[in-house]
Ligand binder design. Structure first.
Ligand code: ATP
Ligand code: MG
Length: 221
């Protein structure tokens, strides 16, 4: 028997949410909705939302709540109730709006130490055409600064440059940490501690497998 789950994945910028999300959606056949990917696609297509969002993202600030809520609500409404949401909500106001529209079965938090994160973001390089992600330390391209598949140049995301990384981490501390409290107080938050996806993954896998077998243990309206 398979059931449908609606889950959130949280964690500081660069905590490996994207990598972990790919594993989760593959293993548990969930739809993946990443607010960062959605915004980057809007920017690439130069939509009104994209043009507005870019001004905030490049500074390392959060995109305004009303823009985010509209964008995500619209996308979620188009999906069957079987998804993993990544990167939203990032403020308590976003979390409040989400709880008015959707029921949640689980909130997973990747608790990765800050020093690990800073290094990781500065060493992350991407292939702009495909969004393939490399890390100069543990997942380097075969040829330095070139994409493995196309051989094209890799670039650093503007918001992965050191000054912007600091601003993103501050926004996380100030605005997103309270969202963890919000879900903790509802009894729906599960924390995973570690420094690498490979190390954390088995625990996430066990947790979600268990949740799929015992659906009624959690769930908030
Ligand atoms: P990673 O994906 O490596 O964990 P990240 O989570 O910081 O890094 P993204 O999720 O890709 O990065 O988001 C990139 C930027 O998009 C954020 O720094 C922020 O400016 C904007 N953004 C994404 N989601 C939201 C949101 N829910 N509310 C406001 N701004 C957002
Ligand atoms: Mg992301």
């Amino acid at each position: 028997m398979s059931r449908l789950i609606r889950a959130l994945i949280m964690g500081p910028p660069g905590s490996g949410k994207g990598t972990m999300s790919s594993r989760i959606v593959k293993e548990f056949k969930l739809n993946h909705l990443s607010s960062g990917d959605l915004l980057r696609s809007q920017i690439q297509r130069q939509t009104a939302v994209g043009v507005l969002a870019k001004q905030y993202i490049d500074k390392g600030s959060l995109v305004p709540d009303d823009v985010m809520v509209k964008l995500i609500t619209h996308e979620l409404n188009g999906l069957p109730p079987n998804w993993l949401l990544d990167g939203f909500p990032r403020t308590v106001s976003q979390a409040d709006s989400l709880s008015k529209n959707q029921t949640l079965d689980a909130v997973l938090n990747l608790d990765v130490p800050f020093d690990v994160i800073v290094q990781r973001l500065e060493w992350r390089w991407i292939h702009p055409g495909s969004d393939r992600v490399y890390n100069l330390d543990w997942n380097p391209p075969k040829v330095p600064f070139k994409d493995d598949v196309t051989g094209e140049d890799l670039i650093q995301r503007d918001d992965d440059k050191p000054e912007t990384v600091r601003a993103r981490l501050e926004a996380y501390e100030q605005l997103t940490k309270p969202v963890l409290e919000f879900y903790r107080s509802k009894g729906i938050l599960t924390e995973f501690h570690g420094t690498e996806t490979n190390q954390i993954w088995p625990h996430v896998n066990d947790f979600l497998s268990d949740l799929l077998q015992h659906p009624s243990k959690q769930s908030i309206e």
